[in-house]
Design a protein around this ligand. Structure first.
Ligand code: GTP
Ligand code: MG
Length: 182
């Protein structure tokens, strides 16, 4: 028998950010509980699904991993359409990856063109907090949170795909905010 649609949701999530920040690694950690030290650039885009619960609701996240490297962004942006949440990722040890967040954010909104762009759900992840015990980070948590506020209270998590710090928490939040568009 079919379960009431009110209690189920299929949510489309797009993961964006510069090449090498750890988008694929975060997804692999979350969905497969695995981490690979070796870098293999994502080409085009592909998705994985993950089932979880938010409150009393069964949620299926369809998580789209994308290529950070421009030359591999071959799919165009048609697949952004119908997104319920955009996850932005930067590397806390690489300033450039933080500085380009505004580009990723604005470009995403431009492509998706949602009815209410100012309340479209984003989540920001500052990844690789494990490196050098945090001593090599160049973007402070404060600075990241200021950016989130400037874009309208975007939830923020500091993560490590390698050490599995806050990855589950982050995607739980992603599911929660994505449900708002439901
Ligand atoms: P593109 O596919 O090119 O856009 O890159 P990406 O954002 O998917 O990065 P990817 O997940 O491939 O990770 C890049 C490199 O960083 C890999 O060598 C990973 O092993 C490493 N890496 C990813 N996350 C972490 C982390 O949390 N900590 C550490 N120390 N290394 C990480
Ligand atoms: Mg990748």
């Amino acid at each position: 028998m079919e379960v009431s649609s009110r209690r189920r949701a299929l949510l489309k999530v797009i993961v964006l950010g510069d090449s090498g920040v750890g988008k694929t690694s975060l997804m692999n950690r979350y969905v497969y509980k695995k981490f690979n030290q070796q870098y293999k650039a994502t080409i085009g885009a592909d998705f994985v699904t993950k089932e979880l619960q938010v409150d009393d609701k069964d949620v299926t996240l369809q998580i789209w991993d994308t290529a950070g490297q421009e030359r591999f962004q071959s799919l165009g942006s048609a697949f952004y359409r119908g997104s319920d949440c955009c996850v932005l990722v930067y590397d806390v040890n690489v300033l450039k990856s933080f500085e380009t967040l505004t580009n990723w954010h604005d470009e995403f909104l431009k492509q998706v063109d949602p009815v209410h762009p100012d309340v479209f759900p984003f989540v920001l992840l500052g990844n690789k907090i494990d490196i050098d015990g945090g001593n090599s980070r160049v973007v402070s948590e404060k600075k990241a949170r200021e950016w989130c506020s400037s874009k309208g209270d975007i939830p923020y998590f500091e993560t490590s795909a390698k050490e599995d710090y806050y990855v589950d928490d982050a995607f739980q939040s992603v599911a929660k905010v994505a449900l708002q568009t439901d």
